[in-house]
Design a protein around this ligand. Structure first.
Ligand code: GP9
Ligand code: MN
Length: 639
């Protein structure tokens, strides 16, 4: 200890700032640290990021070293402090796009003093100590040898690699998916989070810069020729039935179609859904089309009629775009207000930002729910309490409304306390599949309860109720057990595609009996269907789906991973299958649907990457006259 002052100052700074960062993350922010592993990751990232940053000092001359160290420590302190202020107000972290949102900064400005606590002084303690050390020359500022420098670089990089590996284990694809800013911060720390944000924002913005709107003409032609349907309906015509009515959409987490009407040990898995489909329009050939952005991708597709992105969650990376969402259209055309209910962090999937962009009036996130520990199942508040508590807010909504409810209990890993489970687990090698049945049943009961509550409140009879689901819950990893459940020898790529079906049920007031529609369809068709039910004539819109009841529909459903389902053929796993028999056929049979699907995905990506809708006038189906970016941006801010 006697020679402690021989320690180079950059090491002292790394330790001080690293420890400070950990204390701030752990005790100042309200990050949920649930396991020892998460705790280890938090400590690791605090220390290694700090070491990495301060180790840069060794490349400076002794006198400059101290300035580098002091400036770095100051920047980190300010970064932490600014984020803390922001967090206390918005339960979120600062991002480049939010810095440019006048509203947010304004909100913060007025209340900034109330966000500062006396204990915040600790956030600057390390800096004060460092200044004292420098003044009194207490720690050494040597010129380092080449060997030492090399070692430091190796240690710093190894530290970063360790951190990223641990984070990757805790959250696979963390950087691609983003998930929640909280996940990023607790896994890789604030400095890396900010670098990540800057890189992502710059990448997004540069793609956007090169677009000038000219691309939209070709896309519009394509949509006109291949997508837009005529007015003819196939049997059922629901045009305008929803006009003036409230619309309630329930998104069931991870609910797949394959369990509908199935049993475990003689008991129905989803008795309510099995009955509800008998009094609704039930789509039993309806596919989810989500990618990396999972639940948020499903929301993205439903609201916009665009495809999700191939390498990121559009909710995260393209939340500043201009969209022609259902929510905006029905606000403008019919004065509908839209709301979202979901008892998770508001920032998960960046919903707190994206919902604004899409035109939701209000987001009832976790903050609006009382989440007692005993009411938590899996990811958060159980679905039954979620619905009951949501009900309390329904009379706050401005009618007519579109209200979306997203459930959570039936989420991977599908764990539920035994006393809450009404049916047995399935019996197979896959614990996941076995448990899946029980949580599916739980959500089924929760939805039943909610529909009952809506009936009691007199809302049901006069509303359009849509019950759907976001995406698969059982991955191909469980194929062997899945084959057992389905009574098949094996699950082929053909079967796997078919397993991507999710239930969709639409109930219309006064509906006389149900009707099963086996139209080949997918989430991309949701927007046009809903708009048609509302009687909105949006023939100039650019989207890639068709009304589910239209006569003349596109004949394929495309997935982000190259798979395509056509009426006659299915392309999957590098083979072309005959739809129906599942036999492998000549690959050329799939060429048409493959080509068209690739074309569509490209167009959809082009729209999103280029933020092309800012150039398009949906009223007249023309490019907006003046392509003055700044002007149109300030217009939208003033709205
Ligand atoms: C999180 C919930 C689940 O809010 O929607 O997300 P997922 O992991 O399914 O995308
Ligand atoms: Mn989901």
């Amino acid at each position: 200890m006697k020679n402690i002052n021989r320690l180079p100052l950059f090491i002292v700074a790394s330790l001080l700032v690293g420890l400070k960062s950990y204390v701030v993350y752990r005790f100042y922010f309200d990050l949920s640290i649930e396991t020892t592993f998460q705790e280890i990751i938090l400590i690791t990232n605090s220390l290694v990021i700090s070491f990495f940053l301060f180790s840069i000092a060794i490349w400076f001359k002794p006198n400059k070293q101290k300035w580098f160290i002091l400036i770095t420590a100051t920047v980190i302190s300010i970064l932490l402090f600014a984020n803390l202020m922001y967090y206390r107000n918005f339960t979120d972290f600062v991002t480049i796009p939010t810095l440019f949102q006048v509203n947010n900064a304004g909100d913060l400005g007025s209340s900034v003093l109330s966000l500062v606590y006396f204990t915040d002084i600790l956030l600057f303690l390390d800096l004060i100590l460092l200044i004292v050390f420098v003044k009194k020359s207490q720690f050494s500022l040597p010129t380092f040898s080449k060997v030492f420098k090399r070692r430091v670089v190796v240690v710093a990089l190894a530290g970063l690699a360790l951190n990223f590996t641990l984070a990757q284990i805790e959250r696979p694809q963390l950087f691609q998916r983003g998930f929640d800013r909280e996940y990023l911060v607790k896994n890789v720390g604030l400095p890396v989070f900010h670098v990540y944000d800057i890189v992502m924002t710059t990448a997004t913005q540069s793609k956007r810069l090169f677009a000038d709107g000219e691309e939209i003409g070709e896309i519009d032609d394509y949509v006109n020729e291949n997508v837009r349907d005529d007015e003819e309906k196939e049997g059922v015509d629901l045009t305008g039935v929803a006009e003036g009515k409230n619309i309630i959409y329930i998104a069931m987490e991870s609910m797949q179609e394959f369990i509908i009407d199935e049993k475990v040990n003689g008991k129905e898995i989803t008795p309510f859904l099995n009955d509800f489909k008998e009094e609704s329009y039930y789509f039993d050939n309806f596919y989810h089309q989500t990618a990396l952005g999972k639940t948020s991708d499903h929301e993205f597709i439903l609201d916009n009629g665009l495809y999700p992105l191939p390498n990121s969650a559009a909710f995260f990376t393209h939340a500043q775009n201009e969209y022609n969402s259902v929510q905006k259209i029905i606000k403008d055309e019919l004065d509908y207000s839209s709301y979202a209910f979901h008892a998770n962090n508001g920032s998960f999937w960046n919903r707190n930002v994206m919902y604004d962009t899409l035109g939701y009036e209000k987001f009832y996130d976790k903050e609006f729910y009382e989440v007692k520990e005993e009411d938590v199942i899996g990811w958060g508040l159980n679905d039954k309490d979620f619905f009951t508590q949501s009900l309390d807010h329904l009379d706050e909504l401005k009618e007519p409304y579109y209200a979306k409810f997203i459930t959570l209990t039936h989420h991977f890993p599908f764990e539920i306390p035994e006393e809450e489970a009404s049916i047995d687990k399935y019996d197979s090698e896959s614990t996941t599949l076995n448990q899946y049945m029980q949580t599916a049943r739980y959500t089924d009961e929760a939805v039943e309860q909610f529909i009952g509550q809506l009936k009691d409140e007199g809302i049901y009879e006069d509303s359009i109720i849509i019950v759907g689901a976001d995406h698969y819950g059982i991955s191909s990893y469980h194929n062997k057990s899945m084959a057992k459940f389905l009574g098949k020898e094996e699950i082929t790529p053909y079967d796997e595609v078919k397993l991507q079906k999710v239930p969709l049920m639409i109930h219309v007031p006064g509906q006389d009996g149900g009707k099963t529609q086996s139209t080949l369809s997918g989430q991309i068709d949701f927007k046009p269907t809903l708009l048609n039910m509302l009687g909105v004539n949006n023939e100039k819109d650019i989207m890639f789906g068709n009304d589910l009841f239209a006569d003349d529909r596109k004949d394929f459903i495309t997935f982000r991973d190259g798979r395509v389902v056509g009426e006659d053929y299915i392309y999957a796993g590098g083979n072309c299958y005959e739809n129906g028999s599942g036999e492998i056929v000549e690959e050329t049979n799939c060429s048409d649907i493959q080509e068209q699907s690739e074309q569509e995905l490209n167009y959809s990506d082009e729209i999103i990457y280029g933020d092309l809708f800012r150039f398009y006038d949906f009223e007249n189906g023309e490019l907006v006259e003046e392509l003055d970016d700044e002007e149109s941006e300030s217009d939208s801010e003033n709205e």
